[in-house]
Design a protein around this ligand. Structure first.
Ligand code: 0R9
Length: 634
């Protein structure tokens, strides 16, 4: 039996702390947290590539829920550590033992990154590390969250070098979780873009899926990839520079769309919430375009400047910065926002200088982009004027007329408390109007499907009767001009039938809000109502309403005697009382809040699911939708 000395007890206490409060180390114990384990190990392999060793990383998702990550770097050192333990044992059992990693110049220490391989070991029921180094193959095995099962020993000879880590997540901690091929391969693709010349392969042995990523042109390829099914207005613009020890690498390209997509990375880790580098980039391009436009007579003396949003219409950009550890600062709950103040001025000045130069050298591209920005400016100013006029009541009832036919207003003036229900169909709309809390609840019935806004312009919205009604009812503008503080409602609630058409209407409306009123989502003001699927009457007792199939089965088990179940196929099958009681009354209803946790991912998903290319959508659905689930949309 292994001898437990003071140090081994300390080690187990350290790993025990991780097992007691996994959330503190990996954020959460859900699927997201479980994927953090993969990122931890993969990041070590990536660091080896960044240090200049190895060019290949492979990830194998096994059928038994374990996962293998392999690299062809130098291999983890296998010598003895001063403590008398082998180096791998130290690395995989001592908290934060990054060894030389921690000395590396660019290590992300903020946020949840870089907590160390020992955390992965602590949260795994089994872990095996195989090292190819010094002509030997050496292996160490752990079990039960970091207990050494078999110390480092030679198991063969080889001329190759590299490291292979396999771990079995402790599924008593990660209950009902599984690894997602899509999540892993999307992130690996991002890493492959950021590290030119590495090859990363992901294989899912359970579902027979595989992906292999290799890009010669780094973030240029990234921008081309994002824009691949859009129409680009010019070749990708790429520039880089270093100031105050901060390295900046940026690629950008305009398309004929109206969307802006900026993705940013710090030391190869995505900053999903932006931060100082993004702010600097935005200020830099706005200034560069305005100064160029003025210097070349495109903006005249009395003309107002182009707004940031004008200059970013149709822009796709990838920003990658490298910041030394002593300057790193992250903010926000998930630490996804760069705080480092220096990054702002560095990115701004490198962007300004390079873009000014590029524009002077490429007049044609400059004019194409500026023409687009000018159009955006004209549309934005027209929309603002129309909105101001509408607010002051100058439009003599045109807006009133558009709304009066349809909208049943709330009488209360407490806008934050007020709710706008967007209801599928006139008949359900009628029920909702007749039985609601008139003080706080407004009803706007929608007829059928609204426009798919994935590719729509502000002008398209203004000429669409249904969407214009929604815009006017909310009253807070559209697109760059939208301000959630002006909203007439604290909650906007989508209420549709629980069937495929209802789901379709939901996603069409979410796409509209995502494209044209995104702050409404970001501020947690968009909701989906969940009407019950069933009512059940037991004996002479009052009707009960049941939300899901599972709950119905549970309820049935507890009933002795006769009962009658009714399946609601749509909102229209409930009478006005029922609709209010079950779906609208704040005391009983269940609302789903629509939120936006990962902006870049949301962008890609909306584009794939709502865009005009069929193949990527089919592929995504085949990969991600479980067709074995019995559908209940009969
Ligand atoms: C499959 C995932 N890969 C890894 O986890 C991995 C870690 C690692 C590594 C080194 C090389 N490859 C690696 N792959 C390494 C080697 C040397 C110096 N630094 C790093 C060297 O040969 O001198 N290491 C991660 C931590 C350590 N090595 C260290 F702390 F032991 F140095």
């Amino acid at each position: 039996m292994a001898k437990y000395d003071e140090t081994s007890i300390k080690i187990l206490e350290g790993l025990e702390a991780v097992r007691k409060r996994p959330g503190m180390y990996i954020g959460s114990t859900d699927k997201r947290g479980m994927h953090h384990l993969v990122w931890e190990i993969v990041d070590n392999a990536i660091d080896e590539v960044i240090n200049g060793y190895g060019d290949y990383i492979k990830i194998l998702m096994h059928k038994d829920g374990s996962i293998t990550i392999a690299d062809n770097g130098r291999g983890v050192p296998i010598g003895m550590h001063a403590s008398g333990k082998s180096t791998p044992e130290v690395i995989y059992t001592i908290l934060h033992a990054g060894g030389k990693f921690e000395e590396a110049g660019y290590k992300v220490s903020g946020g949840l990154h870089g907590v160390g391989a020992s955390v992965v070991n602590a949260l795994s029921s089994k872990m095996e590390v195989t090292i190819y180094r010094e002509g030997k193959i050496s292996q160490i095995k752990f079990k039960d969250g970091g207990v050494v099962e078999s110390p480092l020993k030679e198991i063969g000879k080889s001329k190759n070098t590299g490291t292979i880590v396999t771990f079995w997540p402790d599924y008593s901690i990660f209950k009902n979780c599984n690894f997602s091929f899509t999540t892993i391969s999307e992130r690996m693709q991002e890493s492959a873009f950021l590290l030119s010349n590495v090859t990363i392969e992901v294989i899912d042995e359970e579902d027979n899926l595989s992906a292999k990523y290799h890009y010669e042109n780094g973030i240029n390829s990234f921008v081309e990839y994002i824009n691949e099914d859009k129409t680009a207005l010019h070749k990708v613009i790429n520039y880089s520079g270093t100031k105050s020890n901060i390295e900046v690498d940026i690629a950008l390209q305009y398309t004929d769309s109206y969307n802006e997509q900026i993705m940013s990375f710090v030391n190869n880790v995505k900053t999903g919430d932006g931060g100082s580098h993004e702010v600097g980039f935005k200020t830099g391009i706005t200034k560069a375009f305005n100064d160029y436009a003025k210097a070349n007579g495109i903006l005249k003396g009395k003309d107002s400047n182009l707004d940031g949003s004008d200059v970013r219409e149709g822009l796709t950009a990838v920003i990658s910065v490298k910041i030394p550890e002593d300057l790193l600062q992250f903010e926000g709950q998930t630490k996804g926002k760069l705080g480092t103040p220096e990054a702002r001025s560095v990115v701004e000045s490198i962007t300004y200088d390079n873009l000014r130069f590029f524009l002077e050298e490429n007049k044609e591209t400059a004019l194409t982009i500026l023409e687009k920005a000018q159009k955006s400016k004209v549309a934005r100013e027209a929309a603002r004027k129309a909105r101001e006029a509408a607010r002051k009541g100058n439009t003599k009832g045109s807006k009133e007329r558009i709304l009066s036919e349809k909208l049943a207003k709330a009488t209360g003036k407490d806008y934050v408390r007020n709710e706008l229900f967007l209801v599928e169909g006139d008949s359900a709309g009628g029920s909702a109007k007749s039985n609601r809390n008139r003080e706080t609840q407004a009803i706007l019935p929608l007829r059928g499907k609204v426009l798919n806004c994935e590719k729509a312009s502000t002008h398209d919205i203004e000429s669409n009767a249904e969407l214009k009604q929604i815009e006017y009812a909310i009253g807070a503008g559209l697109g760059a001009d939208f301000d959630p503080k002006d909203s007439n409602y604290g909650k906007v609630i989508i209420m549709t039938d629980a069937d495929v058409d209802g789901s379709h209407i939901q996603i069409l409306l979410i796409t509209f809000f995502y494209r044209f009123m995104r702050p409404l989502i970001e501020n947690g003001m968009l909701y989906i109502a969940t009407p019950p699927l069933y009512s059940i009457e037991v004996g002479n007792k009052p009707k009960e309403y049941i939300a899901t199939d599972e709950e119905l089965e549970e309820r049935k088990k507890t009933i002795k005697g006769n009962y009658k179940v009714q399946r609601f196929k749509g909102l229209g099958e409930m009478n006005a009382d029922e609709l209010y009681d079950t779906t609208m009354n704040p005391e009983n209803r269940r609302l789903l809040r629509v939120n936006l946790t990962d902006a870049a991912l949301a962008e890609k998903r909306i584009h794939v699911l709502m865009g005009d290319k069929v193949e990527p959508r089919k592929e995504w659905i085949n990969e991600n939708v479980d067709f074995t689930l019995e559908d209940d949309f009969r």
